[in-house]
Design a protein around this ligand. Structure first.
Ligand code: SF4
Length: 132
């Protein structure tokens, strides 16, 4: 149950942070509520691989995107079906047409912020339980 909630929070975070600026977004979709799915989500590499993206990103900590890029290329791009050339030599990625590659910094930031929020909530619950 907790997992489903977290995934939905991540989806909303991505819609707020990434979809509103995405060059693929449907016209006018930037004013839609973050709880509402965009019609391009089924085809979007970010949404299609979101659980895997979160799992890959979580253990990585770094100031630059390099380790995230390598991790996601290995975990997501190799098995991606959004492009016929997906993998190490993906033309979509090379031309910054893949939303995941294009908005990777924002995606990583959303995952890390959600994790921080989750840790903060867990800490608050633990403190409340100790006081009770
Ligand atoms: S392609 Fe992906 S990131 Fe872009 S608007 Fe659609 S769902 Fe959002």
């Amino acid at each position: 149950m907790q997992k489903v909630k977290m995934l939905e929070l991540l989806r909303r975070g991505i819609r707020q942070r990434v979809c509103v600026q995405c060059y693929c977004r449907p016209e006018g979709s930037e004013s839609q509520a973050s709880g509402r799915a965009r019609m391009c989500e089924d085809q979007c590499p970010i949404f299609r691989h979101l659980p895997q993206i979160a799992r890959t990103t979580r253990p990585i900590r770094g100031e630059n995107l390099g380790p995230y890029e390598r991790g996601l290329r290995e975990a997501v791009c190799q098995g991606c079906e959004a492009s016929p050339t997906a993998g190490d030599f993906c033309t979509e990625a090379a031309h910054a047409r893949c939303p995941l590659r294009r908005y990777m910094a924002e995606v990583v930031d959303v995952v890390e912020r959600m994790d921080e929020m989750r840790r903060h909530r867990a800490g608050s619950r633990q403190m409340a339980a100790q006081r009770a």
